[in-house]
Design a protein around this ligand. Structure first.
Ligand code: C5P
Length: 239
């Protein structure tokens, strides 16, 4: 998948709404002269409620789709799920790096065979909701940052195209892996937006400067009084 060059193409709008109507309303409210946001993220809530039809509905509005279902299962099952995602024509999809090298390799092969260069696979490393104590209770004694780098290494070795990481991990990922991995970052907050439940934040411009290729942005735009204006303000900050 080609790297975005225009600032607006670096923004992925998180469609954290319960149904297709809400998702389409949000896209329409952000469209500029009939031009929708270039990329939108469908997560577990929306996909579980609406299924593949919501992907089709959003694509027919002219948006590319990031299907964020964070696959983690035996290699054969994940490979087939990736093929199904490719069949829906999504542009990005996620899986958990902690599924291990065999699962990651099977996924990378499935993506290559079914989506080619049009489908970017992104590995989720350590969820930002996990801290050292949570990790330790699952038997992992590494610090979260060390575990992130370890899992990003597994993903990279397996031929996975990129990772999802918190803004605070972008620099370490870039230092270790250079341009080998694409980097997608949630948890960004413009200075004028509330942080909400996101604790480890950076502004959109800081995250791009640190090396993020795409930013996932939800509430600073979607919950703003005027979402279109907020969207335009974020784009402006990236110019
Ligand atoms: O509203 P907000 O900008 O916080 O939305 C961020 C989006 O990124 C949400 O869809 C959230 O689920 C997702 N996300 C995240 N942190 C992660 C992984 C995904 O905030 N570590």
């Amino acid at each position: 998948m080609k790297l975005p060059s225009r600032p607006q193409d670096k923004i992925i709008i998180a469609l954290d709404v319960p149904d297709t109507d809400g998702a389409l309303r949000l896209i329409d409210s952000l469209s500029d002269h009939g031009q929708p946001p270039s990329l939108c993220k469908i997560g577990l809530e929306l996909f579980t409620a609406e299924g593949p039809s919501v992907v089709k509905a959003i694509k027919s509005r002219g948006c590319k789709v990031f299907l964020d279902l964070k696959f983690h299962d035996i290699p054969n099952t994940v490979a087939h799920a990736i093929k199904s995602a490719a069949g829906l024509g999504v542009t990005m999809t996620t899986l958990h790096a902690v599924g291990g090298p065999v699962m990651l390799e099977a996924a990378a092969k499935a993506a290559q065979e079914s989506g080619g260069s049009e489908l970017l696979l992104l590995a989720v490393t350590v969820l930002t909701s996990m801290d050292a104590a949570q990790l330790s209770s699952t038997g992992i004694s590494l610090e979260p940052k060390e575990q992130v780098l370890r899992l990003a290494g597994l993903a990279s070795d397996a031929g996975i195209g990129g990772v999802v990481c918190s803004p605070l991990e972008i620099s370490a990922i870039r230092e270790t892996f250079g341009d080998k991995l694409r980097v997608v970052t949630p948890g960004v907050r413009p200075t004028w937006a509330a942080t909400g439940d996101q604790k480890r934040v950076m502004t959109p411009a800081e995250a791009v400067k640190a090396g993020s290729d795409w930013l996932v942005i939800g509430r600073p735009i979607t919950a703003a009084e005027n979402p279109k204006e907020a969207y335009a303000k974020v784009v402006e900050e990236l110019i």
